[in-house]
Each structure stands twice: as structure tokens, then as C-alpha cells.
Design a protein around this ligand. Structure first.
Ligand code: NDP
Length: 258
């Protein structure tokens, strides 16, 4: 028998699932047979991306415009996704952003935007899903946070102290939600990528010297592609991960182990 992951019959919500790491995860969820709800904030191409995934994998993938920092809109969107795509099996809280400024110049507004975008915007989705599962007495809910190695290290050459702080907060948040929701059968874990080739790292695409500098920090000597991140997310959504909760998995090609 071939060892494979089967997520068919489930709707998986992927925030920021229209591009970058989230798109890799949406595609792998679809490959595993899930229907996929792609939540995006503003990219006009997101509905087409969803349509392409539906066609390529023969499942239903739909895009929903929703700002994850708006808790009410998140609840409404997830309710709509369930109506359209079937029972909720898992959520991947991937959407994130970076506020860059030297720490000496950071303001309270910078702090609030960063924590709102990366920490509150993850919590809203996790909470909306958990409310549904608790009400339905569904005991197999899965929540995956896309965290960062920046939760663990102060990566040099960046001026993103609140980004790192927002990701550090996610590690604790995953543990606390795992603890509180274990009795409901909800598993909460996080995946912490290292350097990944996405729009968020456009600076590395534009500057080969800078890219080389960071590649030297990676044991494997290169930046990751999104598929190399997505695989673990799919595993954490699958029945094979039924005894894993409150954990953080670093997928960084060996940066933090160096
Ligand atoms: P991208 O910048 O490529 O994509 C960000 C995605 O998040 C987009 O789909 C965007 O939607 C969506 N998004 C952002 N804010 C919101 C919001 N408020 N509401 C709804 N959607 C939102 O990011 P990456 O793919 O690079 O990163 C994905 C995650 O991985 C982030 O959490 C990031 O911190 C983390 N990460 C990334 C690393 C990297 O090297 N790239 C390394 C470590 C962690 P839209 O397209 O509509 O703007």
C-alpha cells in the first residue's frame, strides 16, 4: 500500500492561501483531496488562483476576501466557506506581514500594526474555527500557525524587532491554545520557516549579493521553496499527526541549529 495523506471530505481554510507559502499549502491541501478556502486581503488575482487550483486538482477551491484582523468578518467568512465547501477539517493561519524600521525609530503604531497583523490576525481564525468545532462536538480539529525562525533568533541585517516579537508570541499562543482546547480534540501546532522564496523576500530576489550572504547562514546553502514548507503543514493536518499538539517545528535548512 502506498503511504499517502488523504484530506478528502474536509474543508481546509488557508489564510494568505493565494500566494507565497500559503499558496504552496493550498495546492498541497488540494493535492490531498481537500476542498480549500483561500482567504486573502487584497490581491485581485486571488479568485483566479483558486479557480486554477480547482481545475488542476479536481476539488473545490474558493477565494474569500477578508482581513484576518477583523474577527467578525473572519467568523462570517469561515461560516460561508463551510456552507460552500463542506465540514471544516482544519485551518492554516499563514497570513502575515512585516513592519521594518530601526528599533530606535519604532512607534506604538508600528507595534500595533505588527502585532495586530501577525498575532491577533492568527488568533481570530483559530478562535473562529475552535468555536465551530466545540459547538459541533467535532473532536479532530487541526490548527497550524505559520510562525518563523524569527521567533527563535534575532536575524541580522533586518530591522524588524516587532516582527520577531509577533512570531515569538505565536509560539506561546500555540502552546496555550493547545492546552485549553485539548479537551475538545483540537490540536494546535506551529511551523517555523527559515528563508523562503516569496514576495516577502523580494529584497533577496532583487539583490543577489544579499541573497548569497543569507544563503551562507543556511546549512543546506540555499533558500527554501514554498513546497518544502507546505509538506509539514499537510502532515500536521493529517491523521498521522494525531498525537502532536503544542509543538513548533522549525523548517529552516539548519539556520537555527548552526
Ligand atoms: P507573502 O507576503 O508572500 O504573502 C502574504 C499573504 O498573506 C498574502 O496572501 C496576503 O494577502 C495575506 N495577508 C497578509 N495580511 C493579511 C490580512 N490582514 N488578512 C488577510 N490576508 C492577509 O508572505 P509569505 O508567503 O512569505 O509568508 C507567509 C507566512 O510565512 C507569514 O506569516 C510570514 O511571516 C511567514 N514566514 C515567511 C518567511 C519567508 O521567508 N517568506 C519566513 C518565515 C515565516 P494579499 O495577497 O491579498 O495581500
Amino acid at each position: 500500500m502506498v503511504w499517502q495523506i488523504d484530506l478528502s471530505g474536509k474543508c481546509i481554510v488557508v489564510t494568505g492561501g493565494n500566494r507565497g507559502i500559503g499558496l504552496g499549502i493550498s495546492r498541497d491541501c488540494a493535492k490531498a483531496g481537500a476542498n480549500v478556502a483561500v482567504i486573502y486581503r487584497q490581491s485581485p488575482s486571488a479568485p483566479q488562483v483558486a479557480e486554477d487550483i480547482s481545475k488542476e486538482f479536481g476539488i473545490q477551491c474558493k477565494a474569500y476576501q477578508c482581513d484576518v484582523t477583523d474577527a467578525k468578518a473572519v467568523q462570517t467568512t469561515i461560516d460561508a466557506a463551510i456552507k460552500d465547501l463542506g465540514p471544516l477539517g482544519g485551518v492554516v493561519c499563514n497570513a502575515g506581514m512585516q513592519v521594518s524600521r530601526p528599533a530606535l525609530e519604532m512607534t506604538k503604531d508600528d507595534y500595533e500594526r505588527q502585532m495586530n497583523g501577525n498575532t491577533w490576525g492568527v488568533f481570530t481564525v483559530a478562535q473562529a474555527a475552535a468555536k465551530i468545532w466545540v459547538e459541533q462536538k467535532y473532536k479532530q480539529g487541526r490548527i497550524v500557525f505559520i510562525n518563523s525562525m524569527s521567533a527563535t533568533i534575532a536575524n541580522d541585517g533586518t530591522t524588524q524587532c516587532f516582527y520577531n516579537a509577533s512570531k515569538g508570541a505565536l509560539t506561546s499562543l500555540a502552546r496555550c491554545l493547545a492546552m485549553e482546547w485539548a479537551e475538545h480534540g483540537i490540536l494546535v501546532n506551529s511551523l517555523s520557516p527559515g528563508f523562503v522564496d516569496t514576495d516577502m523576500n523580494q529584497g533577496l530576489r532583487d539583490d543577489p549579493e544579499r541573497k548569497k550572504y543569507y544563503e551562507k547562514k543556511v546549512m543546506l546553502g540555499r533558500i527554501s521553496d514554498v513546497e518544502e514548507q507546505a509538506g509539514l503543514a499537510i502532515f500536521l493536518l493529517s491523521p498521522y499527526a494525531s498525537y502532536i499538539t503544542g509543538a513548533d517545528y522549525i523548517v529552516d535548512g539548519g539556520v537555527t541549529a548552526w
